[in-house]
Design a protein around this ligand. Structure first.
Ligand code: ADP
Ligand code: CIR
Length: 358
């Protein structure tokens, strides 16, 4: 606690922060005293400061990254710091270009459960994060601008047809019981995330936040949470092809209504640098009770296929009943299609090994 007070004081006084001993963030690794001095009076074209950029990492010493951007321009003006973090996390150098492709026609993507003859995969989900080119990111957006994003989102939603047709629910109008149920069923974002709180992303909560979904809840859009748009396709079982294709179609339609911030170097601009590029996380909830008992082996297979392992209530949660959330870890410098292949190949190997342990 004392360490945190020191950090806050130093931030206000624009003095180089003292990082707690325990902190292992990329922010701590790359924010040298020299860089701090160089950037401490810099603001991006939306007025976002270095102090805002690094506030979450300082308030949460257990951060793994520690920064949230304020706008597309943040990635330019704070490049001396952010490029290093991006290069470290994504292995994407300053001259590297992002590639986009939703073409999975060359993939067979057989249903995981059919392929392996068992109900290994409980559910499959693919989400992408997108933000509008012309407004600041959630960390630095104004109340008015946030309202405008919500209005624009609803305009796009009203153009959906067929399977994508649905209803928008403003967060402020959902009852506590409705929200609880939606969260438990893995459809709705959590609230009160301390990492997001300390970078300003939860200002005016719950105003202009909400969730759109079709009646089957296979297609959903989160509005004005960490990113302005989190576009999600999900369903029970292991049919990655269906889930991916539904998302590709929805993305194409929303794209016609909203001008998203995309750059050649960083792809889709996102609030957290971990999501840059595709903003895509393709995941399964998969039953691996035997393999997961051998943590070293589990992790080494995941690493080989660039996979991330989370608990089943999302990031920073625990596993339950031997079921894990396994997803592509890479987001930037590889296409949406390629990242779905990462997940597909990796999950197949995890299931193969699980079967061999029976
Ligand atoms: P994000 O996916 O947006 O990075 P989280 O990791 O917090 O954020 O996950 C958001 C929600 O989506 C959580 O409730 C999580 O359980 C749910 N979820 C993620 N993957 C799947 C999946 N394959 N099947 C069902 N729910 C999922
Ligand atoms: C951290 O640095 O650990 C948190 N800011 C979360 C980083 C992962 N990114 C994310 O949830 N979008």
């Amino acid at each position: 606690v004392n360490e945190l007070i020191e950090v806050e004081k130093s931030l206000k006084a624009e003095i180089y922060p003292v990082f707690p001993e325990s902190s292992k963030s990329l922010l701590k690794k790359y924010l040298t005293k020299e860089l701090f001095e160089q950037l401490k009076h810099v603001k991006d074209n939306t007025g976002y400061t270095l102090q805002q950029l690094i506030a979450s990492g300082l308030a949460n010493p257990d951060s793994s990254i520690g920064v949230y951007a304020g706008s597309t321009d943040s990635y330019k003006v704070f490049a001396p710091l952010l490029d290093k973090i991006i290069e470290d996390y994504h292995n994407h150098g300053i001259d590297a270009k992002h590639v986009q492709s939703w073409d999975i026609s060359a993939q067979n993507f057989e249903d995981f459960n059919t392929k392996h003859g068992g109900d290994f995969v409980v559910s499959t989900r693919v989400r992408i994060a997108r933000n509008l080119a012309k407004v600041p990111l959630g960390t630095n957006i104004s109340t008015e601008q946030r309202r405008e994003v919500e209005r624009l989102a609803n305009q796009a939603f009203s153009s959906f047809e067929g399977e994508l047709k649905g209803t928008y629910y403003a967060l402020g109008k959902l009852t506590a019981a409705e929200k609880k149920q939606l969260k438990e069923d893995h459809f709705l974002f959590k609230e009160g995330d301390r990492f997001l709180k300390s970078c300003g992303c939860e200002r005016d909560w719950p105003e202009s936040r909400g969730i759109f979904h079709n009646p089957q809840k296979t297609f959903l859009v989160w509005v004005n949470e960490e990113d302005q748009f989190r576009i999600i396709s999900m369903q029970n079982g292991g049919n990655l092809r269906e889930v991916f294709e539904r998302l590709a179609k929805a993305h194409e339609i929303i794209n016609q209504h909203a001008e998203f911030s995309i750059t050649d170097h960083l792809g889709a601009i996102t609030t957290c640098p971990t999501n840059l590029g595709t903003g895509m996380r393709a995941s399964v909830h998969v039953k691996l009770p035997l393999l997961s008992a051998d943590e070293k082996r589990f992790k080494s297979i995941a690493e080989k296929h660039h996979l991330d392992i989370r608990g089943i209530d999302g990031e920073h949660s625990e596993s339950k009943g031997g079921i894990f959330d396994v997803s592509n870890k890479r987001r930037l410098g590889h296409s949406e299609a390629q990242l779905a292949v990462d997940m597909y190949n990796g999950v197949n190997e995890l299931i193969e090994v699980e079967k061999s342990l029976r």
